[in-house]
Design a protein around this ligand. Structure first.
Ligand code: WTA
Length: 678
């Protein structure tokens, strides 16, 4: 819709303003994919339809092995604290490890791809995983004295010892809280203190971008900082990147630090029975940052979470036991917990763990790994796709691999980038799912069903089975279905993957996710409690949802609401542009104006003409209202360690303000370089 169509005089709420996206063409799933898919017919939509809520979700729970079956599918008597599969008992570690032994004990559970290419890829069978999980569970129970309900903080890189540690915790009912390894010692401390973990489990070092990083250093910072905040860590357990050899410079602290490999010697072939736990006991905490204030620990259940990630791994990821599945996210994020570890292993798949940076030593690396391991399911983020496209758009064609299925997750994907992913990475063969969800939701919320729905670039798709999304305006009124108007996306119903609460802060949980649209705080009817996701979205007439980004990622230019994503998407249609980021900058006339930052694909030079080309593209794609205040052609974007572009830093530079602490960025030096251009 062009902006002339917005009637200036009509009373439109902030959330209703039309978005300027164009409709995209559909892509059909490959018939070869459909033939082998786990989910071939759309009966599921009935089985998990609103009429069959909540019982439809039993189908997911039945994919697990239970020690005791549940008595009640959903206890919704105390909204929004919903309980799933009440009375059921199970163990997550048993479901991911032990139960696979009967059929798959000699099959690879985890392929580990070290970053240095001269280090061989290792393959751990389910039997070996079982042995290691048991041995480490014995360490946790007998050496550390940990038991069900205790918390431990993990600060581990992408190595097989991370899922081993998680599954050993899960075996005992010890609640793990893995902190992304790229986070600082200080960030780790905040999470230790909040979770009250007496034990920190880490690794001495790991490879990133060609360097063996001293990671143990961060454990010291974390413990010292925690102590300053009044919390003592009793012990730090340190895995070694090269077992038996210490690969960090930072000295060990006597009495506090121990090497896991030293203790393990006493637990060779130890066996630990999986503890039978309540479905609504806690499996793990995953901290995520809020808009303000301290990070919140999303507290996930055992039964509901495991059922949800197993079901969605089977139906949306189409994982079969014989698949080699590679999710290139980090296990330190929710994507890795749900879709590298718990979901794929519960289904007996072979899951790939990749230590390093996808573009190191060159942008052909992921495709070499795919070729070597015969990966057939690939899962990554738009940020990684953009980076690979930018520096190696011709690389995939050079390697002999074939994906049947690919996922994108984490941000909206620009249709142009989607098409590169489809044609070049997927070689026109792979089906793509664009999965929209959050740390808090445990698993997918919106996505197409890979063998059933057509794909539409840039749109996540309808709610997945059992999930009923809706778009509300600022006052809580539903926008007409399929209106293509922007509003706030909510999920109308509870579902099993949703977190139980925020660790230690029920009030914040209610405030953050439910207060916005709950008008009857005393209501005991779950229908009065829509889940507020905090994302802007539009629903097209075909029922596909297109996510516009966090509701704060909206730029209001002279009263016109423009999603940063739609602007970035247009900038990426300029051939030379590799990455784009748009930020709002105060403007005396228009309130704010968008500034566009672009970095170029290799071999192109920054010129005035190119900047003009970007401006013209925004004007032609979206409308004159989208003309940027300035186009910055930069050597690279400031990025977090997980690869997200730090728009906040760019916004500060553009506004001539102090960008604040940038030391946690993956590339802090870039900030000064960009600033010099102002
Ligand atoms: C965004 C990651 C568009 C969204 C699993 C959400 C997406 C936030 C998509 C959660 C997608 C995630 N399309 N936007 N497919 N997936 N998002 O907690 O803004 O790290 O609220 O979970 O990422 O990020 P989180």
């Amino acid at each position: 819709m062009s902006d002339e169509n917005i009637n200036e005089n009509e009373e439109v709420s902030e959330a209703q303003i039309a978005v300027h996206w164009k409709e995209e063409e559909y892509f059909d799933p490959n018939p070869k994919f459909i033939e082998q898919a786990n989910l071939k017919d759309d009966e599921i939509l009935k089985r998990m339809g609103e009429d069959n809520f909540p019982d439809g979700f039993e189908e997911y729970a039945e994919m697990l092995d239970w020690d005791k079956k549940w008595d009640q599918v959903l206890d919704a008597s105390n909204p929004p604290f919903f309980k799933w599969f009440v009375g059921g008992k199970l163990n997550a570690s048993y479901n991911c490890v032990d139960r696979n032994l009967a059929k798959y004990k000699n099959k690879t559970a985890l392929h580990f791809v070290p970053e240095p290419e001269d280090e061989p890829i290792t393959h751990m069978t389910y039997q070996e995983l079982y042995n290691k999980v048991n041995e480490f569970a014995a360490v946790l129970r007998d050496y550390c004295g940990l038991k069900a309900g205790d918390t431990v903080t993990l600060h581990m890189p992408m190595v097989p010892e991370l899922p081993i540690t998680m599954l050993a915790c899960a075996r005992l009912g010890v609640i793990h809280s893995q902190v992304f390894s790229g986070f600082s010692g200080k960030a780790c401390a905040d999470r230790i203190v909040d979770a009250k973990s007496k034990y920190l489990i880490t690794m001495d070092s790991y490879y990133r971008g060609g360097t063996l990083i001293d990671h143990k250093e961060k454990a010291d910072i974390a413990c010292n900082q925690a102590a300053k905040e009044g919390f003592e860590v009793d012990k730090v357990l340190i895995w070694q990147r090269y077992p038996g050899k210490y690969s960090a410079e930072t000295p060990m602290v006597e009495g506090r630090d121990v090497f896991v490999n030293d203790i393990l010697k006493d637990y060779k072939f130890a066996k630990v029975d999986p503890v039978s736990l309540d479905a609504n006991d806690t499996l793990f905490l995953m901290y995520t940052s809020g808009t303000t204030g301290k990070p919140k620990g999303a507290q996930h259940s055992i039964g509901g979470y495991m059922a949800y990630v197993t079901g969605t791994s089977k139906y949306i990821q189409d994982i079969h036991p014989e698949d080699v599945y590679w999710c290139m996210a980090d296990i330190g994020w929710i994507t890795g917990h749900s879709y590298i570890v718990y979901g794929p292993l519960a289904l007996g798949a072979s899951s790939v763990i990749f230590e390093g940076v996808p573009t190191h030593p060159d942008a052909g690396r992921p495709w070499r790994v795919a070729q070597e391991l015969n990966v057939n399911i690939f899962h990554t983020s738009p940020t990684a796709i953009r980076a690979l496209r930018r520096v190696g758009s011709d690389e995939p064609a050079k390697y002999d691999y074939h994906f049947k299925h690919m996922t994108t997750v984490g941000e909206p994907i620009e249709p142009n980038v989607w098409r590169w992913y489809y044609h070049t990475v997927g070689k026109d063969e792979a089906v793509i799912v664009d999965t929209w969800w959050q740390t808090e939701t445990g698993g997918f919320l919106c996505s197409t069903l890979p063998a059933i729905h057509k794909m539409k670039p840039g749109s996540a798709g309808p709610g997945v089975p059992g999930i009923y999304p809706e778009i509300l305006d600022d006052d809580g009124k539903p926008l007409p279905r399929g209106s293509n108007k922007a509003g706030n996306i909510v999920i109308k119903n509870p579902w099993p993957g949703r977190m139980l609460t925020i660790w230690g802060d029920d009030e914040r949980f209610v405030d953050q996710y439910y207060k916005r649209y709950n008008t009857k705080p005393d209501s005991k009817d779950w229908r009065d409690w829509p889940y507020f996701a905090g994302d802007g979205a539009v629903e097209a007439p075909d029922g596909y949802f297109r996510i516009l980004g966090r509701i704060d990622d909206v730029i209001n230019v002279a009263g016109h609401r423009l999603g940063t994503k739609e602007l970035e998407s247009a900038a990426l249609m300029v051939d030379e542009v590799g990455e784009a980021a748009v930020v709002p900058v105060p403007d005396p006339i228009k309130g704010v104006k968008p500034h566009v930052f672009v970095s170029l694909k290799p071999g192109f030079e920054a010129t005035e003409a190119l900047a003009q080309k970007v401006t013209d593209m925004l004007a032609s794609e979206i409308g004159p209202i989208a003309k940027p205040g300035k186009v910055w052609i930069v050597p690279d974007m400031p990025k977090t360690r997980s690869g997200k572009i730090m728009r906040r830093v760019l916004g500060a530079i553009a506004a001539g303000k102090d960008p604040g602490d940038v030391t946690t960025l993956a590339n802090p030096q870039i900030v000064e370089e960009i600033r010099k251009q102002s």
